[in-house]
Design a protein around this ligand. Structure first.
Ligand code: CP
Length: 329
């Protein structure tokens, strides 16, 4: 596939997928995000995207991704337009291409797109006008690259401040099959050189084909969590399941729910992550989600800075050098 994501000079133009990004490129985005993390002082606006316009198009529901993208664009002084898909002319049959062309006529610089169909963001990038950037905010099962970047930021902050991911064992638990979060995280972890990557769940939700991505698959939660440094819990993606993948949610929780007792198998200082939204009592117990090892709300906070960094980068307004001094992990 042609490299749509980069300009001829190698700079990032669109972010559609983690696949195709180099290790240095990921680490640079994380550095930029670190420089943008607010301290204890109230957040202030930066002028990096003044005069630019960002449009968010969410054809699927979202709390975290949409809010943080819109807040991130506002913090960078961009004008922000949210297209309410339910009340837009897409509900009258307007095609994606006509929607894109219509909004481009309003001089949008950057589109943030979430869509239920895998490949939708790639399709937008193929048809975007030359000066327009596209960010994938989650398409079908394919990818959720900014989620992977904020997950890597969270892991780096807690477990790999020297960027050495090779010492880490990361366990991803649950519905890998339907998860764009898992696919993007797997590519990101491999690119950053993770030591060991485990995927844990029933065969129906963790197919053997994922071994081709360098992961070790386990049907046993206790075995998969043993001595893990990082535990990433995944939501059961009921909306993407066609047919019977599970006996029942109760049985699923019994076998694969991450509880405080099961978490004891991991390292004592292991961190627990979840992209959200969580199904408490299905893939994760509240005692873990709200417990001392949980970094789930850190992930949300980190998402804001990561999305600011990505938007500034694709629009060619990277964080200025003085902010970056001392920002390295
Ligand atoms: N993690 C994530 O994508 O959450 P939202 O669906 O709330 O955006």
């Amino acid at each position: 596939m042609r490299d749509l994501q980069h300009r001829a000079d190698g700079s990032l133009k669109h972010l559609i997928s983690i696949e195709g990004l180099k290790r240095d490129e990921i680490l640079r985005l994380l550095d930029q995000a670190r420089a943008l993390m607010p301290g204890s002082e109230p957040p202030r606006k930066l002028p990096l995207l003044r005069g630019r316009t960002v449009a968010t198009l969410f054809f699927e529901h979202s709390t975290r991704t949409r809010s943080t993208f819109e807040l991130a664009a506002t913090r960078l002084s961009a004008d922000v337009l949210h297209l309410d898909v339910k009340t837009s002319s897409t509900s009258k049959g307007e095609t994606l291409l006509d929607t894109l062309a219509t909004l481009q006529a309003m001089h949008i610089d950057l589109f943030v797109i979430r869509h239920p169909v895998s490949g939708a963001a790639h399709f937008f990038a193929q048809h975007a006008a030359p000066g327009v950037s596209i960010l994938n905010a989650g398409d079908g099962r394919y990818g959720h690259p900014t989620q992977a970047l904020l997950d890597m930021y969270t892991i780096q902050s807690r477990k790999a401040p020297d960027n050495d991911f090779s010492r880490l064992t990361v366990a991803i638990v649950g519905d890998v099959q339907h998860s764009r979060v898992a696919r993007s995280a797997i590519y990101a972890l491999n690119t950053l050189g993770v030591g060991e990557l485990r995927l844990i769940g029933p065969k129906t939700l963790v197919p053997e084909a994922f071994e081709d991505l360098g992961a070790r698959i386990s049907g046993s939660l206790d075995e998969g969590l043993a001595d893990a440094d990082v535990v990433i819990c995944l939501r059961l993606q009921r909306e993407r399941m066609k047919g019977a993948f599970l006996p029942s949610e109760r049985e699923y929780f019994r076998r694969y729910g991450v509880t405080a007792a099961r978490l004891k198998k991991a390292k004592p200082d292991a961190i627990v992550m979840h992209p959200g939204p969580m199904n408490r009592g299905v893939e994760i117990d509240s005692a873990v989600a709200d417990g001392p090892q949980s970094v789930i709300l850190d992930q949300v906070r980190n998402g804001l800075a990561v999305r600011m960094a990505v938007m500034a980068t694709v629009l060619g307004s990277p964080v200025p050098r003085p902010n970056l001094e001392g920002a390295g992990a």
